[in-house]
Design a protein around this ligand. Structure first.
Ligand code: ATP
Ligand code: MG
Length: 391
C-alpha cells in the first residue's frame, strides 16, 4: 500500500490532435519544478501518476498547485491487493478521518476482468461504511464522495482532492513578451497569460537616474514571483533615459506620455522579434488612466502591427488587486518606488490624442538612433538563481 499523487489534466482534454504534445509538455514542466525530489512519473491519455517519497507529498502538492495544465491533484492510496477486504479496510481508514453526514461511493472499473461490477462494489463498500460510521448515503448531493478505481495493476482509492490551477501547460502556446512595470497590473496580466500556455520573457523600461535601483529590484522581485508559474523567463532591461529626456526636452509636454508609450511599443516589437516572442503582453485596462482611453490605445498601437495582448482590458481594479494578492505580487507592487511613466508627468496629459499632431511632433526629432541604441544595449537579468526561494 502506498500513497501516490494522481494528476487530472486541465483544459487540454479538448485538444484532440495536440493532446500528446500537451501531456508531454506538462510532464516536462512538472519534472522541471520537481528536480529536488526523487519522483517517477507515469502518464496515459487521461491522467498522470507521480510516485514519490511519502514524506515529500505535501511539498510536492504545494508546487503542483502552481503548475498550469492541471485540473485536479488527487492524493490516493494505491495497492496491488484488489481484494474486497483490502478495499473495505482502506476506504474505512480514509473515511474515519473525514467530517461528513452523507456520502456516496463511486467505483470505476477499467479492468473489465475484475469479478465485481462497479455498482456491486459501491454497495459492498457503502454497506461497510454505514456499518462502521454514523452517516447516510446520498447519491445526488453527498457531503463526501469516495472514489475507487480498479485498474489492471491495482486499486486506487482517493484520499484527498485538491483543485489545480487549470489553464494550459506553459510553453505549449509559444513565447510572449510581457511589458513588466513595478505596478499592480502588469504582473497580473503576466500571470493570466502564462495560464493560457504562453511562456514569458519580461521587458522593463528604466530611466536611471530618474528611477532608482530600488525600482529595478522591485521589478526583479515581481519577475521572480511570476517565475513560480512560468519557466525559464528572462528579464530584459531597456535603458530608456535618453529617449525620455529627448521627448521631454523637444516635444509637446501634453503628448509626453502618448509619445513615450509609442516609443515603448516600437522597442517592444523589436525585442519581441529578436527573442522569438509571438506577442507583446501588457497590463492596460480600458479607462483606468489617461493613457488607456480607447483613443490613447489607438494612438499608441498605431506604431505596430504586432499582436498586443491586454488580458486585463475589461477588468475592474479591485478584481485585479484580488488576483495580485492571490499570486503574492500585491505587497511588492505597492512599494512606493517611481516608474519611468511617473517621473516625467505632464500637467495636462491628453485623453484623446490626435494622430496628425503626434506625427508632427515626432517629425521634430529623429529618434531612430536612440531606438537602435536602446534595443542593442539591453541588459539581461537572469532569474534562475531564485529557484530555491520559490519552494
Ligand atoms: P501597472 O500597474 O502595470 O504599472 P498602470 O495602471 O500603472 O499599470 P501604465 O503606467 O499606463 O498603467 O502602464 C500600462 C502598461 O504599460 C503596464 O501595465 C505595463 O504593461 C506597461 N508599462 C508601463 N510602464 C512600464 C515600464 N517601466 N516597463 C515596462 N512596461 C511598462
Ligand atoms: Mg505603471
Amino acid at each position: 500500500m502506498k500513497r501516490i499523487i494522481l494528476i487530472k489534466y486541465g483544459e487540454l482534454t479538448t485538444k484532440k490532435d495536440n493532446r500528446g504534445f500537451f501531456i508531454k509538455t506538462l510532464r516536462k514542466n512538472i519534472l522541471n519544478k520537481l528536480t529536488d525530489f526523487n519522483i517517477e512519473i507515469k502518464d496515459d491519455y487521461y491522467r498522470m501518476f507521480i510516485y514519490c517519497d511519502e514524506d515529500d507529498i505535501n511539498k510536492i502538492v504545494s508546487i503542483l498547485k502552481s503548475i498550469f495544465g492541471i485540473h485536479e491533484i488527487v492524493i490516493c492510496i494505491s495497492s496491488t491487493d484488489t481484494s474486497v477486504d483490502n478495499i473495505k479496510n482502506i476506504s474505512l481508514d480514509i473515511m474515519k478521518n473525514k467530517t461528513f453526514k452523507t456520502f456516496k461511493v463511486e467505483t470505476n472499473r477499467s479492468d473489465k476482468s475484475y469479478p465485481i461490477k462497479s455498482m456491486e462494489m459501491n454497495n459492498i463498500i457503502g454497506g461497510h461504511i454505514l456499518k462502521n460510521i454514523n452517516c447516510k448515503v446520498d447519491v445526488h448531493n453527498p457531503d463526501y464522495l469516495l472514489n475507487i478505481e480498479i485498474r489492471c495493476e491495482g486499486v486506487y482509492i482517493y484520499e484527498n482532492r485538491i483543485k489545480g490551477l487549470g489553464g494550459y501547460p506553459v510553453s505549449t502556446l509559444g513565447r510572449g513578451l510581457l511589458m513588466l512595470s513595478g505596478g499592480i497590473d502588469s504582473p497580473v496580466a503576466g500571470y493570466l497569460t502564462i495560464k493560457r500556455g504562453v511562456e514569458l520573457y519580461y521587458l522593463y523600461f528604466e530611466s536611471r537616474p530618474h528611477t532608482s535601483i530600488e525600482a529595478r529590484n522591485k521589478v526583479i522581485t515581481l519577475a521572480r514571483k511570476l517565475e513560480k508559474y512560468n519557466s525559464n523567463g528572462k528579464l530584459l532591461v531597456v535603458n530608456f533615459t535618453k529617449i525620455q529626456e529627448a521627448i521631454y526636452k523637444n516635444l509637446d509636454p501634453d503628448y509626453l506620455i502618448t509619445i513615450m508609450r509609442r516609443m515603448m511599443y516600437r522597442i517592444a516589437e523589436k525585442v519581441a522579434k529578436k527573442n522569438k516572442c509571438l506577442a507583446i503582453v501588457n497590463g492596460e485596462s480600458v479607462g483606468q488612466v489617461a493613457s488607456q482611453t480607447l483613443s490613447s490605445i489607438l494612438s499608441v498601437n498605431d506604431v505596430t502591427n504586432f499582436p498586443i495582448l491586454r488580458p486585463l482590458c475589461s477588468f475592474d481594479k479591485l478584481d485585479i488587486i484580488d488576483i495580485s494578492k492571490k499570486i503574492d505580487t500585491y505587497e511588492t507592487s505597492i512599494l512606493p518606488y517611481e516608474d519611468c511613466c511617473t517621473v516625467f508627468v505632464p500637467k495636462h496629459p491628453v485623453i484623446n490624442p490626435n494622430l496628425k499632431h503626434i506625427y508632427h511632433e515626432e517629425s521634430l526629432y529623429d529618434f531612430s538612433e536612440l531606438l537602435d541604441e536602446a534595443v542593442n544595449n539591453i541588459e539581461v537579468v537572469s532569474l534562475k538563481e531564485v529557484k530555491s526561494d520559490l519552494l
